[in-house]
Ligand binder design. Structure first.
Ligand SMILES: [Ca+2]
Length: 104
């Protein structure tokens, strides 16, 4: 399972208004709902391709009760502004905006 972000379509703009943003945080093992979270490097500007390179999370800022892996399906990490920008684990296939850092 990989996270993905649609192009900046009207639907995505609507998703941005939800005040939720993807980070590069994902479970270290995309097949294991109990594996720890890591930072995964995104290798394309369309946000659809990820490197196998990961780095450990040395800082975490989970919202109270998170990560809860609701329905055994939450493998990616979002910033949730309505919860003071704390982190929430969420299913990776949902369309919301992303926080990105690109070499330009
Ligand atoms: Ca959650």
């Amino acid at each position: 399972m990989k996270c993905k972000c649609a192009s900046f379509s009207e639907a995505t703009q609507s998703a941005c208004s939800e005040r939720r943003f993807w980070t590069a945080g994902q479970r270290s093992d995309p097949q294991s709902a109990v594996s720890p979270f890591v930072w995964r490097v995104i290798t394309s500007t369309d946000m659809a391709t990820y490197s196998d390179t990961v780095s450990q999370m040395t800082y975490q800022n989970w919202y109270t009760g998170e990560p809860n892996n609701l329905a055994n399906a939450e493998f990616c990490v979002e910033l949730y502004n309505d919860h003071s920008s704390k982190w929430n684990d969420r299913p990776c296939n949902q369309t919301i905006c992303s926080v990105c850092e690109l070499d330009i």
